[in-house]
Design a protein around this ligand. Structure first.
Ligand code: KMH
Ligand code: ZN
Length: 275
């Protein structure tokens, strides 16, 4: 079998308001339906942020547990919970996310300016989160918003050993105002700096979505798409649904002779514990 593309969908995020973006999945039913549609379109991983009854971001543990269970019942997707949450979430709440027992979680490798705000990931928090992923057998995905975070990932692995599952998989999050730009030369520099043997996906926020997608495919990487990162499909055209973004990514991956990986193959690829 030739090389395949892991597609992750990040359908919701913590930044957009439902009132501004009606297509954003914010209820459990909307999230589950979105996940099913995205799996059918070629996604293998879902990166999950949830909302409360008022559609505001929450890290409520009972809701997170219900979400993990519902996604497992309705899809074969690998369920990756965000430990980034919203920029206002306290560290303790972000650590507690792991108690919802997802397959995987995000782990951002450093603090970064995030638009007008700051996304805080100080070293002691990273280390404690990493320690808990190993203890609870949850596969971390290392989120890298700039090149300094790549250096911090090396430091984490050098000091604290390999992740649960034995694979190092990273996601380059590019084009955040305050982080690394979403262009090919920066992507190549980041990929060159990754730990030996690491695999990686890339996502370009906003208008960097397509350049980053093409650069990632040409450099042998994998893709993350979704309304967490991208709300405009084309000039002047709002994204209609997360599945629309996954369909486009899957089509481009097929053109590149790197068709989407299904969830079973992705489990093996990421070292995720069998269900
Ligand atoms: N919402 C951002 C502050 C993650 O999910 O781990 C952080 C974020 C990263 O989305
Ligand atoms: Zn996220």
């Amino acid at each position: 079998m030739g090389a395949m593309t892991l597609i992750t969908v990040a359908p919701t995020g913590a930044e957009s308001a439902k009132a501004d973006v009606p297509a954003l999945p914010v209820t459990l039913d909307e999230l589950v339906q979105t996940a099913k549609n995205c799996e059918a379109a070629g996604a293998a991983v879902v990166h999950v942020h949830i909302r409360d009854d008022s559609a505001r971001p929450t890290l409520d543990l009972a809701r997170l547990r219900d979400t993990v269970q519902a996604l497992r019942e309705s899809t074969g997707l690998i369920v990756q919970l965000s430990t980034g949450g919203a920029v206002t979430d306290p560290y303790e709440d972000r650590l507690r996310v792991l108690e919802a027992a997802p397959d995987g979680c995000s782990l951002t490798c450093g603090t970064v300016n995030f638009g007008d705000e700051v996304f805080m990931n100080p070293w002691p928090f990273m280390v404690e989160l990493y320690r808990r992923t190993r203890e609870l057998e949850i596969v971390p995905e290392f989120e890298l918003f700039d090149l300094g975070q790549v250096a911090a990932l090396h430091r984490l692995l050098d000091k604290h050993g390999a992740p649960y599952g034995g694979r190092v998989h990273c996601d380059l999050v590019m084009g955040v105002p305050g982080g690394m730009p979403g262009d090919t030369r920066t992507l190549v520099a980041a990929v060159d700096a990754l730990p030996e043997g690491a695999t990686w996906s890339a996502t370009g926020v906003g208008r960097t979505s397509l350049p980053v997608m093409f650069a990632a495919l040409s450099a042998g990487g994998h893709l993350r798409v979704g309304m967490e990162d991208t709300l405009t499909y084309a000039r002047g055209e709002a994204v209609a649904s997360n599945a629309q973004l996954v369909e486009r990514a899957a089509a481009i991956a097929r053109f590149a002779q790197r068709p989407p990986m299904d969830a079973a193959a992705a489990r093996e690829f990421l070292g995720v514990r069998p269900r």
